[in-house]
Design a protein around this ligand. Structure first.
Ligand code: NI
Length: 654
């Protein structure tokens, strides 16, 4: 797949830099050099975060192309020798260190290896530890070449001996041959606790030998004995190219305008989303990105209860992103955005083709047949898709933003990859998981995602309502009992949140602007419309409920604060909990006509199926952000009829 030449032509050679453009490779290298030269924090620093320090909102919103806006890098470093974490701010205009602050009592997200040891060497070092060799020997494994050790976050169960140490749990699997699916053969009962600051084994926790499951679980094409033969080609062609234009990181597609951003922690960030309505550019969303996600597991045996992974805050979904140049993740005329990433020593590189953008036909947009005059009006729907895929250990996540012609936005996560596998002895039927192959169990678990939506519905001053549909009481006005109506409640304080979904009240929430009225004199608004969702099954005092409080409710709102970015706090790795949303909301700030930030949580309850093995068909889940009295009428009346309307011989629903 290649970048469309037709799109490339729309990218001018000289692109003025915008204040929200992610750091370039050159800027990352320069920022790292400044830290290494000026910060005096040690000469073997490991770089956890190197990202743009986004300028103040008013500077961005009022930005004109010749304005000076400070260009600054935000950096988090770890000195593995003393375990100290520092946050630094670097001016890229003056090449100066602006601030350096020691953050006590926190652990950075996962960093493996050090200046001398890359990840593969680190893996070898762990495998060559005599205690690891002994534990493997005990299980009849004498050749560690085929052993896979996946480092997992250790969570925080208040163990004294873990305090102040940067630790991970190495969970182990065994390949049958060098390139098969290792996850088919869990080495059960063996946890290698790794001291990440020393790149060495801290201790072995052995919960007892369990036989290695007997079967392979291969999914790669080379293992497939035959393929179905009745598939004919589908080709998506856009002979005149796609309908979007790209200038630097700015995207224009029909009436939508937005900027594409990217951070190592969040991955894709969508900035400054506006929609042109009758010649007027109307703001909707200042910034949208995944703020945090967590996957808590539901098995109490050995140390499986410690499996609660914050893939964003503990690992960094943006760092684990796939380059899509080799895959077939997107179809049609594709525009790819490259991103700038870095290794643990801070050395920057370009990762090609990470963010994929294309248009998709999406069936019928609207339709009516006037039977009396024999006339059908139908419009086809098209959506702009901006996405990226990330691989975190055994799992894959695709993060998709969709923009529609009727002013709607949809956020979707695609979950796929390989379910986390454990082993049980022959004949054991696990209570808290599913046997997906002989002696292989996939534990019950959930995936929670929190999306931070810094809304600006016709401006920054917004208010939030909860909208339920209710049955009207029987009365003189409702003698037949058929009446139902809408109950709209203004949520004025942070402590009114979190709210939970209520499908039986058809509940949704609106973000309204009281100073902007629609044609009918009501405040304009966008609504947050839930999709699939769930709540945790963990007990209230379970560790994960404190560490990932954001999953205990679905709809959260706070007053904007530029430092409040991540639902479980800045440093969830090994954190005991209480940071992030629950902490910020303790101030109970007023939310009426304020710069409101929405934090929407959605969860997927994964009771594994046999069909999820050995690789999981995609699960789709997400939510919508839809205009609700924002426009004065259907904003998509001006979508022209399709040229090929008559090709369908009458009806054109296809
Ligand atoms: Ni799952």
């Amino acid at each position: 797949m290649v970048v469309s030449d037709k799109v490339k032509q729309t990218v001018s050679e000289e692109i003025a830099r915008h204040p929200l453009d992610p750091l370039s490779v050159e800027e990352i290298d320069r920022a790292v050099a400044i830290v290494n030269e000026e910060a005096d924090l040690g000469d073997r620093l490991l770089f956890e975060t190197i990202t743009l320090s986004e300028p103040e909102k008013d500077l961005v919103l009022n930005y004109q192309s010749d304005d000076f806006v400070p260009r600054e890098a935000f950096i988090v470093v770890l000195n593995p020798e003393n375990g100290e974490v520092h946050e630094l701010l670097v001016s890229l205009d003056n090449n100066q260190l602006i601030e350096s602050e020691h953050i006590p009592g926190v652990q950075p997200s996962f960093i493996f290896g050090d200046h001398e040891t890359n990840f593969l060497q680190f893996d070898q070092k762990i495998k060559s530890d005599p205690r690891v060799i002994e534990a493997l020997n005990k299980r009849g494994i004498t050749n560690s070449e085929l052993v896979m050790i996946d480092p997992w976050p250790i969570s925080n169960f208040g163990n004294e001996e873990e305090l102040g140490k940067r630790l991970a749990i190495g969970r182990c699997w065994l390949r049958t041959e060098a390139t098969d699916n290792g996850y088919a053969k869990p080495i059960e009962g063996l946890s290698i606790i790794i001291d990440l600051n020393k790149s060495e084994v801290f201790e072995i926790q052995d919960f007892g030998v369990v036989p290695i499951p007997p079967e392979d679980g291969n999914y790669a094409a080379r293992y497939q004995e035959s393929f179905r033969t009745d598939l004919k080609p589908i080709e998506i062609t856009q002979p005149e190219g796609p309908s979007f234009t790209v200038t630097g990181n700015e995207v224009k597609w029909q009436k939508w305008q937005l900027r594409v951003g990217y951070t190592p922690r969040e991955g894709l960030v969508i900035h400054n989303v506006t929609y042109e309505d009758q010649g007027k550019i109307r703001p909707i969303l200042y910034r949208g990105a995944l703020s945090e996600m967590v996957v808590p597991y539901g098995d109490p045996t050995s140390d499986h209860y410690k499996k609660q992974v914050f893939d964003s805050g503990e690992v960094g979904i943006g760092k684990c992103a796939n380059s899509l140049e080799l895959g077939c993740d997107c179809l049609g005329e594709i525009y790819y955005f490259d991103v700038s990433l870095y290794d643990i020593t801070g050395k920057a590189h370009t990762q090609k083709n990470v963010v994929c953008m294309h248009e998709e036909d999406f069936g019928v947009l609207w339709k009516h047949t006037d039977a009396r005059i024999g006339e059908t009006e139908v419009r086809r729907s098209r959506r702009l898709v901006i996405s990226f895929f990330t691989t975190v250990g055994n799992y894959e996540y695709g993060f998709f933003w969709y923009f529609y012609q009727d002013g709607s936005i949809e956020y979707e996560v695609k979950l796929t990859g390989i379910v986390n596998s454990s082993a049980v002895p022959p004949g054991v039927k696990p209570k808290n998981g599913t046997l997906v192959a002989p002696q292989v169990v996939a534990h019950n678990h959930q995936h929670y995602f929190n999306v931070r939506l810094d809304m600006m519905v016709d401006g920054l001053q917004n208010s939030v309502y909860e909208v339920d549909t209710v049955r009207d009481p029987i009365s003189d006005e409702n003698p037949h009992g058929n009446a139902f109506s809408v109950k709209k409640t203004l949520l004025t304080q942070e402590n009114d949140f979190p709210r939970k979904i209520d499908p039986f009240a058809a509940r949704y929430w609106t973000v309204a602007n009281h100073s902007s009225q629609n044609y009918m004199g009501e405040s304009v608004s966008y609504k947050i419309a839930p999709g699939e969702n769930v709540l945790p099954f963990h007990h209230d005092d379970a560790v994960i409920m404190k560490r990932a409080t954001f999953m205990t409710g679905h709809m959260w709102a706070t007053e904007y604060d530029r430092d409040e970015m991540f639902a479980a706090g800045n440093y969830p790795n090994q954190h005991p909990g209480g940071d992030g949303l629950p902490k910020w909301m303790s101030g109970n700030r007023n939310l009426e006509d304020k710069d409101v930030v929405i934090w929407y949580t959605f969860g997927h309850n994964h009771i594994p199926r046999l069909e999820d093995w050995p690789v999981m068909p995609v699960v789709y889940m997400g939510f919508s952000i839809k205009p609700s009295g924002f426009f004065d009428r259907n904003p998509a009346l001006d979508v022209p009829p399709s040229d090929n309307q008559c090709a369908c011989e009458g009806e054109c629903n296809c």
